[in-house]
Design a protein around this ligand. Sequence first.
Ligand code: S3P
Length: 171
Amino acid sequence: MIISLMGYMGSGKSAAADRLAQDLGIGFIDLDDAIEESQKKSISEIFSELGPIRFRKIEKEVLTQILNSDQDFVLALGGGTPAYYDNLDLIKKHSRTVYLRTKISTLIERLESQKESRPLLSHLSSDEMSEFIAKHLFERRNFYEAADFTVDTDNKTIQEISAEIIHLLRQ
Ligand code: S3P
């Protein structure tokens, strides 16, 4: 079984997926890492050198390859992955899906300090960032809410989030 974690940037997908994989004793794949590995470039370099459209094409190619595996693992998606092409259908067809839902205020606080490494945010001022995140999350919410399960992450530890996902998957 593949378990895919989706949610906005800063929702803790990679950390939760890593922990969940350890708790379940299965593998962990981070889609952004797999994309970086496939191009031998960082996500920021892919955006700046190849552009956002090419990034989304590469993202889809790498996602398709990963989802075609018959191994068991936890997959941390990128924040935008379910919102492009038919990625959401593909993800839902090949995996159990969990939306890590995080309050906008928490996302803004976390992303403020990680802005530089995030190509979609790095050019924004603090004021612009709050507005951008609120709008962007609103646009993406429908994709995330198509997940099989939703877990609220605010004020929870990674261990608690992982335990909650395991509980939901076993129901
Ligand atoms: C993106 C999220 C990033 C990365 C890229 C685009 C997005 O992944 O794929 O910068 O469109 O939300 P994380 O959500 O893992 O930061």
